[in-house]
Design a protein around this ligand. Structure first.
Ligand SMILES: Cc1cc2nc3c(=O)[nH]c(=O)nc-3n(C[C@H](O)[C@H](O)[C@H](O)COP(=O)(O)OP(=O)(O)OC[C@H]3O[C@@H](n4cnc5c(N)ncnc54)[C@H](O)[C@@H]3O)c2cc1C
Length: 373
């Protein structure tokens, strides 16, 4: 692509915005359209976890590691991202969970992931706020945190200038080769269109996704507390997360007892991140069958609050906010499953979506791959 290449990005979420960043890095002119006045999708509803620890060995881990490098570089240039190389602790509360963590720490790629198995005292030395009951933990030094509610405006401010145009409140309703039309009727011509519509599977991307299949939507429940009067130095995960992340698909996983009650019904795992203001973002649940519930379920929150309090050994501050979010993910059951969905759907129009629960983590590396011949 030549120096004056013009790129139109559709979607103001993290995937669209990271594509804008990559396009500008290459000297291209960028116009970015977002249907809402500000992005309201998965990218602002997530934990802000740059999560390397749970990734599957092979291409998924490599993508996450590359993304981690890019986040770190961006974090140094754009302080507003709130990037912190905080690491994470995955905590075991039973012998079976601890055995599985031992297996994970003995993986051949454990060093690439920054894994180290810690006993309970060593866990407390790394994260003194953990005063509850646990048998040990897996420290992953490479996991990191960003502030999801700040990332998009901070990146746009970083891009601001003549060669970058942000057009919020413009819903793209038509696609043609090398062009899109927004709901006001304006056409945007360019050399390359990048469509990043997130979980909008029936909108502009609908007919292409219906044809190719292979993506589904997942709904999660989340909450955030008022500031906690203590510093949580790392991100936290509980033993339930061992059931969901592919890095823990090791022989010891078969020995884990089934999840009980509400945790099983809502496919819950505890992930906890302290925000820059001291509040705690806590989740999550997983709902796969549509139509999704339109309200949030208190039983799931009671369960997650109980798990968090048991590990912290202290009552949580008041819950300030609750919300649900939906992400797009390539269907694990689809043949030849990719890490995300990318397809040239019309000449000069590339659709990128479906990174699933790793989308915040991997977005910079996914955008880099789009522009890498
Ligand atoms: C609750 C929750 C927690 C998560 N936690 C993490 C985490 O901690 N770490 C991690 O790596 N991943 C996490 N994820 C996944 C991650 O958030 C998503 O994979 C990622 O944000 C997807 O980004 P996106 O830009 O594709 O989608 P979105 O953020 O949904 O952005 C898509 C944008 O496109 C816009 N749009 C759609 N159609 C049009 C149109 N026709 N015209 C104009 N604009 C349009 C939408 O309005 C939207 O703003 C989580 C997801 C959820 C829901």
């Amino acid at each position: 692509m030549a120096a004056k290449t013009r790129v139109v990005v559709v979607g103001g979420g993290v995937l669209g915005t990271m594509h804008a960043v990559e396009a500008r890095k290459r000297g291209f002119e960028v116009v970015q359209l977002e249907r809402e006045p500000e992005a309201r999708g998965a990218s602002v509803r997530n934990f802000g976890l740059v999560w390397v620890s749970g990734r599957k060995a092979g291409p998924e881990l490599s993508l996450a590691l590359r993304a981690r490098e890019l986040w770190s570089e961006l974090g140094a240039r754009v302080p507003g991202l709130g990037f912190r190389a905080a690491g994470s602790l995955t905590l075991a509360t039973s012998d079976t969970e601890l055995s599985l963590l031992k297996e994970a720490a003995a993986r051949t790629d454990a060093e690439r992931r920054g894994f180290e198995l810690l006993d309970a005292a060593a866990v407390r030395a790394v994260n003194p706020a953990l005063r509850g009951e646990f048998a040990g933990g897996l420290h992953c030094r490479l996991d990191a945190i960003v502030e999801p509610r700040q990332v998009l405006p901070a990146l746009r401010e970083h891009l601001a200038g003549e060669a970058y145009q942000w057009l919020p409140g413009r819903e793209v309703s038509e696609i043609a080769p090398n062009a899109v039309r927004d709901h006001t009727g304006a056409w945007h011509q360019c050399d390359l269109v990048i469509l990043c519509p997130g979980a909008a599977h029936t909108g502009i991307a609908g007919r292409y996704l219906a044809r190719s299949g292979g993506v589904r939507r997942v709904r999660l429940q989340m909450m955030q507390t008022a500031p906690l009067d203590a510093r949580i130095t790392t991100a936290l995960a509980d033993g339930d997360s061992l059931r969901y992340y592919p890095a823990f698909d090791l022989p010891g996983r078969a020995a884990l007892p089934p999840q009980a009650g509400v945790a099983a019904q809502t496919r819950a795992q505890l992930l906890l991140v302290q925000r820059a203001d001291g509040g705690l973002t806590i989740g999550d649940t997983h709902e796969y069958a549509e139509p999704f519930t339109f309200d949030v379920d208190e039983d799931a929150y009671d369960h997650l609050r109980g798990r968090a309090e048991a590990l912290l050994g202290t009552p949580l501050p008041r819950i300030q906010r609750r919300w649900a979010g939906v992400y797009s993910e390539v269907d694990p059951a689809a043949a030849g499953r990719m890490l995300y969905h990318r397809a040239e759907v019309e000449p000069g129009v590339v659709l990128v979506t479906g990174p699933g629960g790793r989308g915040m983590t991997c977005s910079p590396a996914i955008a880099e791959e789009t522009f890498t011949p």
